[in-house]
Design a protein around this ligand. Structure first.
Ligand SMILES: [Fe+2]
Length: 295
């Protein structure tokens, strides 16, 4: 017999886009409550659970419910839990313990995977009282806001994404030129459909964009940048103001995201990040490949 999934108490942080789950303590939650948590994470682009007290192992356990946790070997891996990437300005023995600044410009992760539906979870361990917000833009509301004719035109277009392009753009050099040359193009429509409710949203980023199919490079980037500006207008954006103990989870289908700066001289930020690929996705062939899907 199917389990009865209880309703968890929720409130909108941004209507139809970001939802907060109230009165849930992830480490002590019942299996039924956790199933309800999974369902909310599947259904909504952005989910927040505040007031948690999670060990690194518990961060991995919660993440593992939502997808296959990717290794983070090149992006500030936690020494004991390689599925966790440490985002921090903290220094120990004169060395940064993780990645100092990640994703300060608007972008979407996971665009060079064939299978869509990558999820990200950030867990705040130490959070500055000001700055270091995580901004998330509602790419479905942004699509809905366009006139039907424009929507129809855009739905016909696809973007050629390429990992080597992304690496070059961010001057990463962990791969040889031969390895980079082998990186295959991955093509995704500019407008993708949610596999949960069929809602359409933009799936765009400029880092991995080689070109829009059938367009020259310059025209392609102009279009992608125009659409990114459209998506990231204030009316479409949820700004997450961090408190220690916050869990922020989002799906890369339906969102764009970025981090805002903070006073790194004055404050310490320590955030654990995990990336979860859909369970159905093909296994990643190497750790290097996994690390380079993102920026
Ligand atoms: Fe990102």
């Amino acid at each position: 017999m199917a389990a009865v999934i209880p309703d968890l108490k929720t409130q909108w942080l941004k209507d139809g886009f970001a939802v907060e789950i109230l009165d849930l303590d992830l480490p002590t939650a019942s299996e039924e409550e956790l199933l309800a948590f999974d369902e909310l994470c599947r259904r909504y682009a952005v989910v927040v659970v505040r007031g948690q007290n999670l060990s690194p192992k518990q961060v991995v356990d919660v993440s593992s419910r939502l997808g296959r946790v990717s290794p983070q070997n090149y992006t500030g891996p936690h020494p004991d839990f390689p599925g966790i990437s440490i985002l921090s300005n903290k220094m120990v023995d004169g060395k940064l313990i993780g990645v100092r600044d990640a994703g300060r410009n608007w972008h979407t992760d996971g665009t060079t995977y064939q299978t869509l539906g990558l999820r990200t979870m950030l867990y705040g361990v130490e959070c500055p009282p000001e700055g270091s917000d995580t901004l998330l833009a509602d790419a479905a509301a942004a699509f809905d806001a366009l006139p039907e004719e424009r929507q129809a035109e855009l739905e016909k277009l696809s973007i050629v994404h390429n990992r080597a392009h992304l690496i070059q753009k961010y001057s990463r050099s962990v791969l040889s030129p031969e390895e980079m040359a082998e990186m295959q193009d991955v093509i995704h429509p500019i407008v993708v459909k949610s596999d949960v409710d069929g809602r359409k949203s933009f799936f765009i980023t400029n880092g991995s964009t080689k070109r829009v199919e059938g367009m020259e490079e310059e025209e392609s980037w102009a279009l992608v940048n125009e659409l990114m500006e459209h998506c990231t207008q204030p009316q479409f954006v949820y700004a997450h103001k961090w408190r220690a103990g916050d869990c922020l989870i989002w799906n890369d289908v339906g969102t764009l995201h970025r981090a805002t700066p903070y006073d790194e001289e004055k404050y310490i930020r320590l955030v654990y990040r995990t990336w979860m690929r859909p369970f159905a996705a093909a296994a990643v062939t190497s750790d290097v490949e996994a690390a380079l899907q993102h920026h």
